[in-house]
Structures are given as C-alpha cells and as structure tokens.
Design a protein around this ligand. Sequence first.
Ligand code: SAM
Length: 278
Amino acid sequence: MGTIDGLPPLRDVIRTHDLVAKKQLGQNFLLDLNLTAKIARSAGDLTGCDVLEVGPGPGGLTRGLLAEGARRVVAVEKDARTLPALAEIAAAYPGRLTVLHGDALELDLAAHLTPPVKIVANLPYNVGTELLIRWLSPKVWPPIWSSLTLMFQKEVAERIVAKPRTDHYGRLALLAQWRCDARIVLTLPPEAFTPAPKVHSAVVQLTALPQPRFPCDFGVLQRITAMAFNQRRKMLRSSLKGLGPQVEAQLDAVGIPPTARAEEIGLEQFCALARQIA
Ligand code: SAM
C-alpha cells in the first residue's frame, strides 16, 4: 500500500534494514504514519521552524514532521543501524533533514539549530527525564526552543503536569511549570508501539513562558524543592532543617506553616521561600 510521502511503509523499512528493536536503547517504535502525523500536528505550526528530534529510529515521526512542513528537521540518533533508513528520508526531502549520529546527551545540539526552534520527540525512556531537565535548565531564559512536544511514560507525563496535593506532584512539576505551560495532549496504549512496552505513554506539550512565572533564583529553587520532596511526608520545618536554624522563621515570613508538607505547597509559595532564603 502506498504512503503519503511515497516512501515505504515503516514495517517494510524495519524489515529491509533489519531494525530489530534494542531494549537498552529504549526502542519502542511508532509504525502508524497517521499517528506520527498527529503527534507532529500537536506541536502546532512547524513551517518556518527548525525541529530538533531526538531518537528518530526508523523515521516515523521524522516523516510526520517533514510532511507537516517543518523548515528543517535535525534528528539525533545513537543507533548507527538506522542511518541508511534515515538517509532515504533525507533524499525524499532534499535539504530539509540533517541526521546527527551520536548521543543526544553528549552533542552540542544548539550549534546545529537556527531559531525559531521546536523540539519534538518520542524519547527513549532511559534518557527522557534527563533531557527534559536539561532543556528546562539553560542559564539564559527564554531558551533557544519555543516548545517541547515529548512522549514519555504516562507516569512521567503526569509528574510534569501535576498540581499540589496530588500523588504525582513534586520537583519535576515545579521545575516544568515555573518556566512553561505544560499539558498532556495525547495518551497512547502500549499496543501503539512495536514492540509494545509494559506501560501507557503520553505526549506532553510544554510552551516556554517569556519569563519564569514567579521571580527567584533557579539554584535555590532546585535546592529547596530537592530537600522538601526527598522527605515529602515530613513537615517542612523538619525536611528543610538543613537550611539552618532560621528556617522556621523564613517559612513564617512567607506565610508557609512550618508544619505543612511539601506536597501542599504551590509554586508561588516555593518561589517566595526561595527569594526569602536567597
Ligand atoms: N522516533 C522513533 C519512533 O517514534 O518510532 C523511535 C523512538 S524510540 C522510543 C527512541 C529512539 O531513541 C531509538 O531510535 C533509540 O535508538 C534512540 N536513542 C536512544 N538513546 C539515545 C541517545 N542517548 N541519543 C540519541 N538517540 C537515542
């Protein structure tokens, strides 16, 4: 059966290039081109944008991004076996796909991108959270990218968008929501992937705010949220004891009861506490 871009169906690509999925590379492929086009569309208008994709694999999402009109896709892939398949896509979209062979955690990706930039990826589960934290933590804000559209395990997606007083609320929610609007735009069952993982997945859309939602020093916010959520069931006067004997007075000064627990405190109050401590 023909495909919209004239390239072979993904099952044929996998067979031709013998791309047997490797668990250690987090390889759970999306083979339905309608679905990859839908994920590409959830990133909004791509025309005029450079799109960074981490882990293109056999190229299903890459093809979606190109078909949806991305000015250029820069795709970083660790698995050399996928390179011939990706070269076929590059030939079908002359000048619009650049493939970088290497580890996304080690390459200087910004050097290959020209703004405006969007990042769209079905991330390998083993490095997904680390990449997200890096993208959320540049020295200068706003960052080079305007939005992130990322597939995670559903449980991680829920941690990113979680609100106070819910089970998934913690550091990842605070870090993401401090500088971004974050929402889940799509959830997918295991059967959507080949091979099927054990868990459900979800696509999160993060849009960079022009400036953080509330002022405070990033390092201090990181430190206090790490301490507070490492012992999330303890009262803050106890979990934050390491900040010094004045911590109860500092909590009082910003209107946080020292007997409150981390999961009850919203982003605005954590930022106020970070300012007080700084
Ligand atoms: N985008 C494809 C799709 O949606 O079908 C593949 C997604 S699969 C979940 C993750 C991909 O990331 C694999 O192709 C894997 O080889 C690649 N990968 C794993 N670790 C990587 C890393 N550190 N840097 C770059 N790519 C990586």
